[in-house]
Ligand binder design. Structure first.
Ligand SMILES: O=P(O)(O)OC[C@H]1O[C@](O)(CO)[C@@H](O)[C@@H]1O
Length: 526
């Protein structure tokens, strides 16, 4: 029997608050620190490993976290979710994104169909379509092959797929699976669409219009922008566009598209990278086999996330430590710092995933909670971030927990030895150095040069950014965010907070404003 309780009502949470704080600088110094690195790790999918030696935990805190996981019924709640319970209480919907990459539990029937079969069928339809584009069975009106794919979408219909594309672009080029270049148009700023259109050959471009709702202002505006460009080039837009949407959306039955592929209301936008939303663009860019490997990595991570013992479940443990840092230690933010250029847009995706999911002030029953919930998420790839905001992370007045990601090998196999080390070694040396600098600091008589240390971090280490590892990494964070939502007792699968701004913008465009809104509209000459 599952019960949904607020975090501060759980006995194990009250015990966790009483546990002695770990002195991280001390714990990570000398042999003790080396022992912790050996001891505090959890294997993840696809050869990734989660290391948390540099977090403010010890066996006592871990024991309390394990009890919290049990009392909050994290494993049971995940099971209920993948077996088709209405977990998205705000919208009264099932939450089925795990099913886009595997069958974790029972078969789930909704809208009269078996959902795993539905998602698989959509993948198969996309694979068939992508293969036909690649082998020239589907071409432009002149019978020439498409060379570029352009995704039009915003939020979850952009960030995840874009981050995944960028992560695999060079890997695919190196491994001979690169099929088509992909571009993305998301912002309603006309300069976004114009810049993309300016840089491509529209006659050889296929556009993927992605909108689950089929009503998003930015996306529909950009669709018109692109259709105009196609028309101006003397092309038939319906021969250059496909749609990815839900079957109930206004786009679903339109004859404006060469083909339409479907997701549904049980896949939140920010959880949709493994559905048709990511599937279309990634299968067109890299081939369906690469997309299948990506799904396999995610499915493997989901299986591991079903483990009930928190110390053996990287996503669950990561979530628990994050809640400990946020609620007990009082840290306001989390920085995501991938030491991999391939993951340059991964932090942007995680911002939506985490902040749109857990940026809530009421619990899943709509009652205000008396504790803080989701942290502010930000990040940049290393080492670029080091030369930007790390000053504050090292010496600022706030302690910001850090989530590093690093890989032993680069993607392109091209490297250079300068002063006895390769660039990849320099990259990895930097992340190792940062972990220790943050944890242990360095005493200096000059206060300005003093590093207090005690700044916690974890690191996920893998061999190389490849499709399987990327899928595993993506699913790790999806599952982490889900477990944190369970702990905070919030609904991580709706996003009412985005509505008010949309309503007011419509009012501005209809010139139905007064007061300060009218004053701002006038200033902006709308
Ligand atoms: O795919 P759609 O329906 O166009 O929505 C795009 C994005 O807009 C949001 O609803 C936020 O405004 C996101 O949750 C979603 O990912």
């Amino acid at each position: 029997m599952i019960t949904w309780n607020n975090l501060d009502t759980l006995t194990s949470y009250q015990e966790l608050e009483k546990a002695a704080r770990v002195n991280l600088a001390e714990a990570m110094t000398g042999d003790k620190g080396a022992e912790r690195v050996k001891k505090y790790s959890v294997p993840m999918a696809e050869g990734l490993v989660y290391y948390y030696a540099a977090k403010q935990v010890d066996d006592t805190v871990l024991d309390a976290l394990k009890k919290l996981a049990d009392e909050a019924q994290l494993a049971e709640k995940f099971k209920a979710l993948y077996n088709g319970e209405v977990i998205n209480t705000g919208e009264k919907r099932l939450v089925l994104h795990h099913m886009t990459r595997g069958q974790l539990g029972d078969a789930v029937t909704a809208d009269g169909v078996d959902k795993r079969t539905f998602y698989k069928q959509q993948q198969e339809r996309i694979a068939e379509f992508a293969n036909k584009v690649h082998n020239g069975e589907i071409t432009n009106a002149a019978g020439e092959k498409f060379t570029t794919v352009v995704q039009i979408g915003i939020g979850g219909s952009d960030l995840g797929p874009r981050a995944m594309y960028l992560a695999l672009e060079n890997w695919a080029k190196k491994n001979g699976t690169f099929k088509m270049e992909a571009k993305f148009i998301s912002n309603v700023d006309p300069d976004d669409a114009a810049a993309v259109l300016y840089g491509i050959d529209v006659a050889h471009s296929i556009f993927v219009l992605v909108s689950k709702s089929g009503t998003t202002l930015e996306t529909l505006t950009n669709e018109s922008f692109v259709k105009d460009a196609l028309k101006n080039a003397g092309l038939d837009a319906s021969k250059h566009m496909i749609a990815v949407t839900s079957e109930t959306s206004p786009l679903a039955k339109s004859s404006d598209y060469l083909a339409a592929f479907f997701m549904d209301d049980y896949i939140g936008g920010r959880y949709s990278s493994t559905s048709a939303v990511g599937g279309a663009v990634l299968s067109l860019a890299f081939g369906p086999e690469v997309f299948a490997q990506f799904l396999k990595g995610a499915a493997e991570a989901d299986k591991l996330a079903a483990e009930a013992d928190a110390t053996k479940n990287a996503a669950m443990l990561d979530a628990l430590i994050g809640v400990y840092e946020r609620n007990v230690l009082g840290y306001p933010c989390t920085a995501v710092l991938p030491y991999s250029q391939a993951l340059s847009r991964f932090p942007a995706h995680l911002q939506q995933l985490d902040m749109e999911s857990n940026g809530k002030s009421v619990n899943r029953f709509g009652e205000p909670v008396n504790y803080v919930t989701g942290p502010v998420i930000f990040g940049e790839p290393g080492t670029n971030g080091q030369h930007s905001f790390y000053q504050l992370l090292h010496q600022g007045t706030d302690i910001v927990p850090l989530q590093f990601v690093g890989f032993k090998k680069n993607q392109m196999d091209t490297d250079v030895v300068i002063q006895g080390s390769t660039s990849q070694q320099k990259l990895c040396a930097n992340v190792a150095a940062q972990i220790m600098a943050f944890a242990c600091g360095k005493a200096d008589e000059n206060r300005n040069k003093n590093f207090e240390g005690g700044r916690p971090s974890s690191i996920i280490i893998g061999e190389q950014v490849n499709p399987g590892a990327l899928g595993a990494l993506l699913a790790h964070f999806e599952n982490k965010v889900m477990f944190q939502g369970f702990l905070w007792n919030v609904n991580s699968f709706d996003q009412e907070g985005v509505q008010l701004g949309k309503v007011l913008a419509k009012r501005v465009l209809a010139h139905e404003t007064d007061g300060a809104l009218k004053a701002f509209s006038d200033l902006l000459e709308i």
